[in-house]
Design a protein around this ligand. Sequence first.
Ligand code: OXD
Ligand code: MN
Length: 600
Amino acid sequence: MSPPAASSGVRMSNSSLRAWVHEVAALTRPQHVYWCDGSQAEIDRLCAEMVDDGTLIPLDPVKHPGCFYARSHVNDVARVEDRTFICSPEKSDAGPTNNWSDPAAMHTLLKQILDGCMAGRTMYVLPYLMGPPKSPMARVGIEITDSPYVVANMRIMTRMGQIALDELGDRDDFVKGIHSVAHLNPAERYISHFPAENLVISVNSNYGGNALLGKKCFALRLASVLARDEGWMAEHMLIIGITDPTGRKTYVAAAFPSACGKTNLAMLVPPPEDLEAGWKVETIGDDIAWLKFGADGRLHGVNPEHGFFGVAPGTSLATNPNAMLSCRTNTIFTNVALLSDHTVWWEGMDGPPPTQAFDWRGNLWTPQSPTPAAHPNSRFTAPASQCPSISPDWEKPEGVPIHAILFGGRRTTTIPLVYQAFHWRHGTFVGASMTSEKTAAAEGKVGELRHDPMAMLPFCGYHMADYWRHWIAMGERGGSRMPSVFHVNWFRKDTNGRWLWPGFRQNMRVLKWMVRRVHGEVDAEKTAIGLVPHADDLGLNELGITGNAAEQLLGVDRAAWMAETEERDRFFQRFEDRLPPEIFFENAALRFRLVMRRSA
Ligand code: OXD
Ligand code: MN
């Protein structure tokens, strides 16, 4: 017998959905079952309840209308890659970069944790849509959760409620997600994906990346499997539209590891002289892209999300005014610092630090305190529609044609500011070879270098070598219509540890060069690693970057690159005979070009 459903206005006649919800309720035994309709009245009521029980603190209604402050448990502040599992029927299908568990064994273990875990709580049933309404690329997910904080965040991050039920109709192909905060016990924390069942079960965490199941769990890990099987791509990429002074639009999708500036690039404000000349950058998405061939044979991209789950520290009016304006209203701030006037603060915000604040743990903080006021992975959850740079195309059901794909990492040495791959297969190798210094978005030691192919290391739901094979196959299908591929590195330092590149708005110089490359309007220097801009074409002189600094920023250090190829070989060996020969070949060809001191 399942408990009574607390009434909401949802209209629903999908019997497979109803049966599954009953099954989950019978296991988790909540006090109430509540179907979310996604309405404003519903969320207002839920937020009022969370304010009453201390889960949320309302922010100043004038400075931050509709905004709330939340703190997580101190042991629950980031994604937990060592507790994230791909439970594919065959171990070999998860590959060497994922944790695998036998699906039956994982189900048994999770059943014990889920058994009665919602007792005394309300179980929320959240229907949500990933992708623009009426888009052939959109998919419906259902998340069952006992966390009203998750409901409030999912309502921002997805199109949630009746709209999703209407899109689903009577179909049973929805992605299932079961989430319970259970006891927030880190030893029993599991983020488990069952690709063969279109199912995610996440227990003992309430952190966004682990608990908002539409995001990393569905839109990347499970969607990457669906995409492989159905001939499309689910990628950890932002999408922007760049308008040049002729009015022409060029769309770029870009994959950077977590906390490496995707949100900043997605919302870039060009420097004043470019704005005056007629350049514009518009945001379609800041984290995830679903790419599918359109009727024109090109890859088209949609942003499956509906909001931003942005890293707060370092975000300011100087570094990302569009993000600051996006999160002024109707936003949930998690683990930032709270000021006594009910506004928020984090390290890197404009102006001097406050004389005192309550830190993310709730302790009194002053600038003399030895620890940061905001957790380095503190977040804002803000509606994408509030972003001043949101593109008029962002909800186009058919998506936007992707002209260029950009890879990037946080590398203080070796990798130049920008280079272009010779062709798609080489570009696949460039993406597969991505490395970056570790950030706070996942647990682990910050600063360590790690391989993060296509920024998908923590998000690919199957064997990474098969994923590269899928990229190569997509390239064979798309032929000359595939996007051009580039690699950027905003994070180069000189031998004294000073940044070589100013970054932020000046990244527009690189984007403009890429636009001109895509349309065949500027040439490039053929080097062993790829096609590199001439310093003049980026206007490096105007930035005072000349001589040795320009050489370091754009040059190819053959010895360092040889070491890079050796490191790549070591990494690729992990994939044994599943490694596509094309990837092996591209690394050998790179080494050959470096040794022969030839260009291409
Ligand atoms: C994110 C991440 O939150 O990549 O987007 O960790
Ligand atoms: Mn991300």
